[in-house]
Design a protein around this ligand. Structure first.
Ligand SMILES: Cc1cc2nc3c(=O)[nH]c(=O)nc-3n(C[C@H](O)[C@H](O)[C@H](O)COP(=O)(O)O)c2cc1C
Length: 235
């Protein structure tokens, strides 16, 4: 099993320890590639839209984004590990997800995403992890991932791992490893109902817009090249 881990912080703190505990369960089964943000993508999306209109290869940050995206495409399991910052995911994680907008189903999805598993790991000092998890899950769903599982914890005792009691550390480790056991079994998820529905809606949108174009947009050309819409369908 190939695993890509996207770390939404470079700090070797609580998020890191939790992610390592998770990986300890699947490490033997997997070939793991990790990326740390912002080190491995130290830029915000500039909003130039070159990816949408021309090609993602021409993105000014392609040399950072492409290796991460390629690794994701080659993986069976995607792990997103990030702390909660002001109730949402970290800015660096959001900046990374922004760079993947071109692969959303409204643009140019890659069918390899339809059969991936994704695990989202978050932690917060308090109990609220939902907003941060949704930030990541929303992107994954529009990228076409059906099997998205979320795990989050409140640290409660503090935000410095070494200052958290051994008892609490062990409890958190035990819980995240229980969650990780799900991935000990190698399986390929099927395309879920939500992803099928989004794909069908996007297909209709691409078909309708392609009919009005003399020269196909990069997005619609992609859908034709994939065989998802047929050029002859154009009026
Ligand atoms: C800038 C910043 C914002 C944070 N915002 C929240 C928050 O809104 N809610 C919360 O419960 N914890 C918050 N935390 C705590 C983090 O979610 C996390 O638990 C803590 O940073 C420990 O993880 P780390 O060692 O990986 O950084 C915040 C931490 C930082 C540094």
């Amino acid at each position: 099993m190939k695993i890509t881990v996207i770390n939404g912080t470079e700090v070797k703190g609580c998020t890191y320890h939790i992610k390592e505990a998770f990986l300890d369960v699947v490490r033997e089964k997997g070939e793991i590639t990790e990326f740390y943000l912002p080190k491995d993508l130290p830029h915000f999306c500039t909003g130039c839209k070159t990816c949408f209109f021309k090609s993602e290869a021409l993105c000014p940050h392609a040399k950072y984004v492409m290796p991460i995206w390629e690794s994701m495409l080659e993986s069976d399991l995607l792990v997103f590990s990030a702390p909660v910052y002001v109730m949402r995911t970290t800015g660096q994680m959001k900046a990374f997800l922004d760079h993947l907008a071109v692969h959303w189903m409204v643009h140019r999805p890659d069918e390899r995403m339809f059969h991936k598993k994704a695990a989202i790991l978050t932690n917060a000092i308090g109990p609220l992890n939902g907003g941060a998890q949704r930030d990541i899950a929303t992107s994954l769903q529009w990228l076409g991932v059906s099997d998205i599982r979320k795990w989050g914890t409140g640290l409660f005792e503090g935000v410095i791992w070494s200052e958290i009691s051994k008892k609490r550390q062990n409890k958190i480790t035990e819980k995240v490893q229980q969650f990780a056991k799900h991935y000990e079994r190698d399986y390929t998820p099927r395309k879920g109902l939500k992803v099928r529905l989004l794909f069908a809606l996007c297909k209709k949108m691409h078909l309708d817009t392609s009919k009005k174009e003399d020269t196909l947009s990069a997005d619609n050309q992609h859908w034709v090249d994939k065989g998802w819409i047929k050029p002859k369908m154009r009026a």
